[in-house]
Design a protein around this ligand. Structure first.
Ligand code: ADP
Ligand code: MG
Length: 209
């Protein structure tokens, strides 16, 4: 079972991961956007780590909801409201439970990802963060309901799915967000948001215990 400390470590791990990857994310966004994705997420997740340290919530749902609210209030770009919605909606779906199973997290993330799709109007193949999130959630749902693999195995499989999904955005033409303004010129570049979404799953798979 996963407790609030696990979720806290996931979010503070994401703050470190995004800090490290900020230059690469911004570089990707400079090719097909406005070169701010790395700085947007670095600022947002640093604020998340700070607020979680200051007022640590006692439930997994509380951690993700607070993180989501913080992202929405600190990140101006498209990714702030989208990641904020992902985490808030996932947190809401986890409810008040003190601990949650991997299957419950999978189900909650499905609600979160659906909310992102609804907010942004994007679908699979539009060259957005959803192209990493959707395959990862599908793997989480599938693996957590079949047999009894360890959380580590399930999260590693979801990480791989997210990373393949992010790589698979390279040949796509963007249909949503700033990159869509480029039309066919968006082809041949990896989507920054799909790349950061894969980082979110990589960080989840790297949380100890
Ligand atoms: P902005 O585009 O406002 O500068 P960011 O650079 O921080 O914001 O984030 C860009 C990323 O946001 C894109 O790479 C894409 O993955 C994601 N994105 C943009 N629009 C949408 C949307 N409508 N639905 C889902 N994801 C989106
Ligand atoms: Mg941008």
């Amino acid at each position: 079972m996963l407790d609030s400390s696990f979720f806290h470590r996931w979010m503070s791990g994401m703050a470190s991961a995004v800090k490290e990857a900020a230059d690469r994310l911004t570089e990707l966004d400079s090719a097909i956007g406005d070169a701010d994705h790395g700085s947007n997420l670095r600022r947002g997740f640093a604020a998340v780590a700070t607020v979680l340290e200051k007022e640590p919530p006692s439930t997994p749902g509380g951690v993700l909801s607070l993180a989501g609210r913080q992202l929405i209030s600190t990140v101006g770009g498209a990714s702030g409201p989208l990641y904020g919605t992902l985490l808030r909606r996932t947190g809401k779906a986890l409810g008040e439970a003190q601990e949650v199973s991997v299957a419950e997290l999978a189900q909650a993330l499905r609600a979160g990802v659906d909310a992102v799709a609804k907010l942004g109007g994007a679908a699979a193949g539009d060259k957005t963060m959803l192209d990493a999130l959707l395959p990862a959630v599908a793997v989480l749902e599938e693996r957590s309901s079949s047999g009894v693999p360890s959380p580590a195995e399930v999260f590693a499989a979801a990480r791989d799915a997210a990373e393949s999904g992010a790589l698979a955005t390279v040949p796509l033409q963007a249909r949503k967000g700033r990159a869509s303004y480029l039309g066919a010129r968006s082809v041949g570049h990896q989507d920054p948001g799909a790349t950061s979404a894969a980082l979110l799953l990589r960080t989840l798979a790297g949380v100890d215990g």
